[in-house]
Ligand binder design. Structure first.
Ligand SMILES: [Zn+2]
Length: 84
């Protein structure tokens, strides 16, 4: 279910995204990016960096940006999602 998280929403909090043809582009937050190597494909909810090779979905983006492992990311999301 966490793959349903909107990657564009998540990424846009960290990266200034520019619309290009089929994707959104921005400066990669995972390496020193002088250009806009990071591409986000809204259709498949995936990202890919052509500079450092980082790629994946919302979970991988959060793992990299918050420097957490998969389990920690999922636990954090569970806390945010299920607030009683
Ligand atoms: Zn990169």
């Amino acid at each position: 279910m966490y793959n349903e998280l909107n990657l564009v929403d998540i990424a846009s909090k960290h990266v200034l995204l520019q619309q290009s043809r089929k994707a959104l582009k921005g400066r990669c937050p995972f390496h020193t990016d002088e250009t806009t190597s990071l591409m986000i494909i809204p259709h498949s909810n995936q990202f890919k960096c052509f500079g450092c090779g980082a790629e994946g979905s919302s979970i991988e983006f959060l793992m990299l940006i918050e420097n957490k492992n998969r389990q920690q990311v999922i636990e954090d999301l569970a806390k945010k999602t299920f607030v009683y």
